[in-house]
Design a protein around this ligand. Structure first.
Ligand SMILES: [Zn+2]
Length: 186
């Protein structure tokens, strides 16, 4: 494994062995793979390192070694039994406690653009120690910028209809944000 300091790491969050949430006729893994591929299509191939669909999250995480100059974005969809709606991003507690950290700033930008493009609530940037997992492993691999993005609620058909109608614009904007942060921390 070699250090990959200047790359963008967009990952699908789920894989062929792990569907993630299944609601409203959608499988989270299919949606996150599509979102990752959409971002990849809008980025320079040589800038990217991505997860393979057959890899488990732990296989992917042990294969990559993002350096300080790299940007990592792990993509998910939220799910709830209620009619919860909106977008949110998780970052490490350390990054959360420093509002000037690049992870905080990129997460804030991604939340704002998602809320605007999809016209859904901005649930904001959150610390991973407040997530259901207490510590999200992929945020702690050493990337200079690490964000987990919950695009919207797979369990909310209004969120999903807006996502399907606006995903091209959304992924274009997010690919631009990733590139901007990747260049910023060279
Ligand atoms: Zn997920």
């Amino acid at each position: 494994m070699i250090l990959s300091p200047l790359k963008i790491f967009p990952s699908a969050g789920h894989n062929n062995k792990d569907s993630g949430a299944v609601k409203n006729g959608y499988r989270e893994a299919d949606l996150t793979k599509e979102a990752r591929n959409n971002i990849a299509r809008r980025s320079k191939a040589e800038d990217l390192i991505m997860d393979e669909d057959w890899e488990t999250n732990s296989q992917y995480q042990s294969r990559i070694k993002p350096g300080k100059g790299s940007v990592l974005l792990d993509i998910h969809f939220n799910s709830a039994a209620s009619l919860a709606s909106g977008t949110e991003c998780y970052i490490t507690a350390t990054d959360f406690n420093n509002k000037n950290s690049l992870s905080y700033k990129m997460a804030d930008e991604i939340c704002k653009i998602t809320a605007k493009v999809l016209r859904i609530p901005n649930r904001g940037v959150k610390s991973d120690n407040l997530s259901q997992h207490s510590r999200i492993g992929i945020l702690h691999l050493g990337a200079g910028v690490s964000v987990l993005w919950e695009i919207c609620f797979i369990s909310n058909s209004k969120d999903m209809n807006s996502y399907q109608a606006n995903k091209e614009e959304l992924m274009k904007k997010v690919a631009e944000i990733l590139k901007k942060y990747d260049e910023r921390i060279l």
